[in-house]
Design a protein around this ligand. Structure first.
Ligand code: DLL
Length: 436
């Protein structure tokens, strides 16, 4: 049966939601124009004045923001409030040069907690639940986001953070965790660990809230079976607050976007043209209630489809499909955002040329593995003093420092990586993550 955290908002009529969004959009645009010179410049360059935005129908007039803007404006360029009004930052897992830092006032944290609370309640959570959060805490938004939501629901929160599987399972059995929050790959890993330890009958889990990376329906079924739970998807991104931008209800037919806080559009990534419901394109978000880090028309690079069709759960908020791919070359490996360009930087800094290939695989236990195959330069290959083992170790540690995760490195002979006549094929992702 459907449960709502804020039924008056979650099941509001379309007319009411439109009215709310229009009103909030108008004031958010004015607020951003007055407080964020970076975006004011973008609007001025496009000849758009805040008065031109009178409702959602005018949204298309606003300029897009993308990750490059965030990098250019790093760290304070998109901040709309004095730092003294901010109480928290979070940051994406990308490292040097790609880092995105988002700021929050207490109001922003509160609304984010509400969004995550809706996700927990939609998964059947109540104040009587024990919510086991093993998303990472710290700069990553996963831990704090679900933690905030669990507190809002009034459940008992176990702030486990990631790693230490023995301890996770011990707490799960001793304290009777009922709702598990982590990445789907960690959920699969935990299921395996529980089976290995023969403690499945001591596990009281009933639901899981899994996101931050792509996962397929097959993986859902496997996790549901392995843990004896119902597994719910949750979506979000640091720039827009974190997890809880959208979440799945009992129907599991897409994720409801929290439309009282975010307006979603789907655009053609090549032309920027807004696409209708049912068409596949890049998801774009406009925040309409944020104080510290309000982003207008932010291009997520996630490819998905929107649907306003009535949902049997009673929620009226628009649904998005699972992300069906990305419109850039970002990979998510072991829950960490990885750009091929970061890998290339490490190679070039260590004297290699840009002849490399990244092979990503996922084992039976759904754990990701990344291997970087790097061509030695002809000079290296001919140099008797060139020590391959030492060079490999140096690359592994350079990549670890850049990406924050361990990558295998394989040095190969010059000219062995296939050259492409068009765009180089840098990434071979064998995981088949996206549901077609
Ligand atoms: O991954 C926030 C999050 C934490 C979401 C915990 C859900 C649960 P970032 O590190 O900024 O934030 O990465 C955002 O991750 O643009 C998507 O490409 C991807 N992503 C997030 N959720 C899902 C999901 C967090 N449910 C990027 N399915 C996004 C597929 C997802 N991809």
């Amino acid at each position: 049966m459907p449960n709502y955290f804020q039924p008056e908002i979650e099941t509001a009529s379309r007319e009411k939601l439109d009215e709310l969004q229009n009103e909030r959009l108008v004031s958010q645009v004015k607020y951003v124009y007055e407080n964020v010179p970076y975006y004011r410049n973008l609007m001025d360059n496009k000849g758009v004045r805040p008065e031109d935005i009178r409702s959602k129908a005018d949204l298309h007039k606003l300029p897009f923001l993308n990750k490059d803007d965030l990098r250019e404006a790093y760290p304070y360029g998109l901040l709309a409030r004095p730092l003294s009004d901010c109480v928290r930052i979070h940051s994406t897992s990308g490292t040097t040069g790609r880092r995105v830092v988002a700021f929050y006032t207490q109001h922003d944290l509160d609304l984010w907690s509400d969004c995550c609370a809706r996700a927990i309640v939609a998964a059947g959570g109540t104040k009587d639940d024990v919510v086991h959060v093993c998303y990472g805490y710290g700069l990553f938004t996963g831990g704090s986001g679900l933690d905030g939501g669990s507190h809002r629901v009034g459940a008992l929160t176990l702030p486990m953070s990631s790693g230490n599987t023995d301890r996770q399972i011990q707490f799960m059995t001793d304290l009777g965790s009922t709702i598990l929050c982590c990445t789907p790959s960690y959920a699969a890993y935990l299921a395996e660990g529980i089976a290995e330890r023969g403690v499945k009958d001591k596990i009281k889990l009933k639901a899981g809230i899994f996101g931050a990376e792509a996962w397929t329906e097959e993986m859902r079924q496997e996790i549901e079976k392995g843990l004896g739970i119902k597994a719910y998807d949750i979506y979000g991104l640091t720039e827009i607050s974190g997890p809880g931008v959208a979440f799945e209800c009992f129907e599991q037919t897409g994720m409801h976007i929290n439309e009282d806080h975010f307006i979603a559009e789907v655009i053609d990534p090549a032309t920027g043209e807004v696409l209708p419901d049912g068409e596949k394109g890049e998801l774009v978000f406009t925040s309409i209630t944020k104080e510290a880090f309000p982003l207008l028309r932010y291009r997520t690079r996630d490819i998905c489809i929107l649907s306003h069709e009535k949902c049997a759960c009673g929620r009226t908020h628009v649904k998005m499909t699972k992300p069906l791919g990305r419109s850039d070359d970002m990979l998510i490996v072991k829950g960490v955002n990885v750009f091929p360009s970061q890998i290339e930087t490490v190679l070039i800094n260590q004297g290699y040329q840009a002849n490399y290939q990244i092979v990503v695989t996922r084992d039976k236990a759904h754990q990701d593995k990344i291997e970087v195959q790097v061509e030695m330069t002809p000079f290296m290959a001919e140099d008797d003093t060139f020590d391959k083992a030492v060079a490999t170790r140096k690359l592994v540690s350079g990549l670890k420092a850049m990406l924050g995760i361990l990558a295998d490195v394989k040095l190969v002979e010059p000219k062995t990586i296939e050259r492409s006549e068009g765009k180089a094929v840098r990434v071979i992702d064998k995981r088949d993550l996206y549901t077609k």
